[in-house]
Ligand binder design. Structure first.
Ligand code: NDP
Length: 322
């Protein structure tokens, strides 16, 4: 089968398109024909070496498709079933091995492409808004990169919980998408200082929480916008990792809370995973959560997909379609 393979760390050109052996299911494993693989920022961290993993590897942690073979000991899943997943590596491929315990059955009304676009960023948006800082009416939150994959979903979920939402975006086109997702105030932070814009609208130290997946370029000004005992949720590094920080700074700026959450710690059990997923599927089927697929690339175009994502040229979800 064909797959994307990284043999050395580096830029998008390190994503090679190669013939590799077909996967064989071991006990408790499924082979899935991948119909859509989700492209996530974490895939670029694996490729560049920011998050170290052993070489060579096939990137990708998220996808959806149809089961073609099942290993020994599996009950309740059969060839022909549709499943999605958000764990393991190796999704940038025509076929992928999924551990049955990680397989997410896909219901009618949720297409493979929507599942591959929703699962990882949707679970992230869900845990950020419901558990990391449980939003409710009266809260004001700032979401950086509001037209990105996580950003559009998090904005919509925050609105369903009654929060007031401020977003930052890189372009006017992205601003329109963020407004359509429900943001109350959108700042084009490539043109306007977002700290000044938030202070003009809400006053100093007004935010309950900042959800920051951008990192290096936004982290410090975000801290300055929080109310006493507000929370900085530093959940990503799209512009590079945020700077190191002394606990004393948190004290000086208002007894702030700082957390650096990772999805795996918010789906530690099957019940937790399926609880979040069924909530997301319900929201989509009720028309309360729109999944935007901004770009689709062929499997051979993984390098172009990474260039677009890292070049800030994408909105919503980026998919590879084998
Ligand atoms: P996005 O679709 O949001 O793409 C990243 C966006 O970041 C860009 O579109 C761009 O939007 C913005 N950005 C700002 N500065 C830069 C820069 N220098 N280079 C590239 N992008 C920049 O990606 P995802 O939704 O996949 O992920 C968003 C963040 O969330 C990432 O940091 C990712 O690692 C993190 N994440 C964390 C998870 C967790 O559990 N901790 C899980 C999933 C994602 P604009 O042009 O509008 O500024």
């Amino acid at each position: 089968m064909k797959a994307s393979v990284v043999r050395e760390l580096g830029g998008p050109e390190k994503l090679l398109y190669e013939e590799v052996p077909d996967p064989e299911p071991g006990p408790g494993q499924l082979v899935v024909e991948v119909s859509a693989a989700g492209v996530n920022f974490i895939d670029t961290y694996h490729r560049s070496g920011l998050y170290p993993i052993d070489l060579p590897f096939t990137p990708g942690q998220e996808g959806a498709g149809r089961v073609t073979e099942v290993g020994d000991g599996i009950t309740g899943i059969s060839p022909g079933d549709r499943v999605g997943w958000v764990s393991g590596l190796g999704t940038y491929a025509e076929r992928h091995l999924v551990t049955a315990a990680d397989a997410i059955p896909l219901p009618d009304g949720i297409g493979d492409d929507v599942a591959a676009a929703l699962l990882l960023q949707g679970i992230t948006a869900h845990y950020l808004a419901t558990d990391t800082f449980p939003l409710s009416a009266g809260n004001i939150c700032l979401i950086h990169a509001g037209a990105g994959g996580v950003g559009l979903l998090l904005t919509q979920i925050a609105k369903t919980r009654g929060a007031e939402v401020v977003t930052t975006v890189g372009t006017e086109e992205k601003a329109t998408l963020s407004e359509e997702a429900g943001a109350d105030l959108v700042v084009v932070y490539t043109q306007t200082d977002f700290k000044e814009a938030v202070e003009d609208e809400f006053g100093p130290n007004s935010l309950d929480v900042v959800y920051d997946g951008v990192g290096a370029t936004t982290f410090e000004r975000g801290l300055d916008l929080l109310r006493p005992r507000g929370m900085m949720v530093a959940f990503g590094n799209a512009s590079g990792p945020p700077p190191e920080i002394s606990p004393l700074i948190l004290s000086r700026k208002g007894s702030l809370f700082l957390t650096r959450p990772t999805m795996a710690h918010y789906i530690q059990t099957r019940d937790e995973l399926m609880g979040r997923v069924s909530n997301l599927f319900d929201l989509v089927r009720a028309g309360m959560l729109t999944v935007r697929i901004g770009d689709r690339f062929p499997l051979a175009g993984a390098a172009d997909a990474h260039r677009a994502l890292e070049g800030r040229d994408t909105t919503g979800k980026v998919l590879l379609e084998p």
